[in-house]
Design a protein around this ligand. Structure first.
Ligand SMILES: Cc1cc2nc3c(=O)[nH]c(=O)nc-3n(C[C@H](O)[C@H](O)[C@H](O)COP(=O)(O)OP(=O)(O)OC[C@H]3O[C@@H](n4cnc5c(N)ncnc54)[C@H](O)[C@@H]3O)c2cc1C
Length: 459
């Protein structure tokens, strides 16, 4: 199907307009609460196509959205009436085991990357759900099972090929375009379209991991013990805290199906003996769990373990915060809201961001909260649109109750559209430099469908 608004002669990839039979599928994003109708979706064949699409949006005054894996909770990978550059067509993955690097197309998902690097017993830090896009997750920071051992995804980003707002193609790394390289590591999609990412790889073959669950009624006791335990634990051990409901199916024992629980999802990089030794101080201090479901598995398997539970097309509303400390008063609030989850898929996670993530200084990359110990996320999730008011309200109430105990800002990848001040607070001391880089690379704010850094804020 040709497009009425962009010349197919200059664009080698696929163009999908509203008359195209594939349009409804192509316009959908992961969060079904986000329903937007772009005028045109462009799936580029290469970086030149990306430049053509950017110029087309600029020349015609169209809103421009850029989409990687389409997972953004606030729906920042799409727009109404404008142009969406859907990078899902840019998929190449080249693993170089000799240099321990991987070069990844701008539209890859983490599952694709983990499978490719896993073949060599290597991995780079990603997230906890493999369908998430490399693009958005990396540019916003990247928290996951390997954070304590190897840092954020951005701490492992060596280089990015970027198409800028004026259509120029540049490579950003420590030597070339260093300001852009700094800003890309946490500053989101504000600075250009990344057509390929190069990451450092680490030896990560089989990991020892899985969940340990206790009854939700023990939430306060388990969270207080976890709070004291994880900052002291060795970096090889990652464990995020969760309130959740046990899914009604394998591999979970039937006796605990649909049981509301609190717990820790573990990922240990050493031997089973080392893993059991490192988890012991927490496990020995708490009552017998309902489930201690830890075992050896490939890293890619842990990273995709929740994919089936959270497919695309469900309703999502989430709020988030960075957290330095969890005083007893906050523990009590968590225990209360954790016991009031509105639906089976609603959940609260606390992702540790210490260990290797603390080796990097607050101003070394755009991702400024290097002193925070956790990123919290309050996620209301359900397949039924009728439950949107309930999941939304729980997430907002939970967040508002805990926000006074937060560090101020939030992880931009887990925010909704929460306004300018919230974005500024989430970059705090780095915001002014980000605004200057934005003014240099995107003075007209062509890339503004994101947690926006405004060029006019540059001093
Ligand atoms: C189920 C689920 C699980 C998640 N788990 C984690 C997790 O474990 N750890 C974590 O850190 N985050 C996690 N997230 C949050 C995730 O990092 C963000 O939602 C992120 O925005 C998703 O990236 P994406 O490419 O899939 O999204 P998209 O919606 O495609 O894009 C999000 C933003 O990034 C920009 N963008 C994407 N790709 C590019 C590119 N190549 N060049 C320039 N700009 C680009 C877009 O313009 C947009 O502003 C999760 C989200 C969901 C829904």
């Amino acid at each position: 199907m040709t497009s009425p608004v962009m010349s197919p002669a200059r664009f080698k990839g696929q163009l999908i307009d509203q008359a195209d039979p594939g349009y409804e599928d192509a316009r959908s994003v992961y969060n079904a609460m986000i329903v937007r109708r772009p005028a045109l979706i462009a799936r580029p064949a290469d970086a030149d196509d990306v430049a053509t699409a950017i110029r087309h949006a600029r020349d015609n005054g169209l809103p421009l959205a850029v989409r990687g894996g389409a997972h953004n909770g606030a729906g920042l990978g799409t727009c109404d009436d404008g142009l969406v550059i859907d990078l899902s067509s840019l998929k190449g993955i080249e693993v170089d085991p000799a240099s321990r690097t991987v070069r990844v197309g701008g539209g890859c998902t983490w599952g694709e990357v983990d499978r490719a690097t896993g073949e060599f017993g290597l991995a780079t830090p990603s997230g906890i759900i493999s369908t998430t896009g490399v693009g958005g997750l990396t540019l916003g920071g990247g928290l996951g099972h390997l954070t304590r051992a190897f840092g954020l995804s951005v701490d492992n980003l060596l280089e990015a090929d970027v198409v800028l707002a004026d259509g120029r193609k540049v490579t950003a790394n420590a030597e070339s375009e260093p300001d852009l390289y700094w800003a890309l590591r946490g500053g989101g999609g504000n600075f250009g379209v990344v057509t390929s990412f190069t990451f450092r790889l680490h030896e990560v073959g089989t990991i020892f991991g899985g969940p340990t669950f206790w009854p939700v009624e023990q939430g306060a006791e388990v969270l207080a013990a976890y709070r004291d335990f994880i900052p002291q634990a060795p970096r090889e051990l990652n464990g995020f805290f969760a309130f959740c409901t046990v899914p009604p199916g394998p591999p979970f024992p039937e006796a605990i199906h649909l049981r509301e629980v609190c717990g820790v999802v573990w990922c240990h990089l050493g031997s089973e003996e080392e893993a059991r030794r490192d988890m012991a101080p927490l496990l020995d201090s708490l009552p017998e769990p309902l489930l201690h479901g830890v075992h050896y598995m490939p890293h890619a398997q842990l990273q995709s373990a929740f994919d089936g539970l959270y497919p695309a097309g469900e309703q999502w509303y989430w709020r988030a915060d960075f957290v330095n400390e969890i005083p007893d008063e906050a523990v009590a609030l968590h225990a209360r809201f954790g016991a009031e989850m509105p639906t089976m898929k609603s959940t609260m996670h606390l992702y540790p961001i210490d260990g290797a993530a603390h080796d990097v200084g607050a101003g070394d990359t755009a991702w400024s909260y290097r002193d925070a110990r956790w990123a919290s996320v309050f996620a209301g999730v359900d397949p039924d649109p009728a439950n949107v008011p309930a999941i939304r309200q729980w997430s907002i109430d939970y967040h508002e109750a805990l926000h006074p105990h937060s560090a101020g800002g939030a992880y931009v990848n887990m925010m909704m559209d929460e306004g300018r001040e919230r974005v500024r607070a989430s970059y705090r001391g780095n915001y002014d430099r980000l605004a200057s880089v934005k003014a240099a690379y995107d003075p007209a704010n062509t890339f503004r469908i994101n947690q926006n850094i405004r060029p006019e804020d540059a001093s």
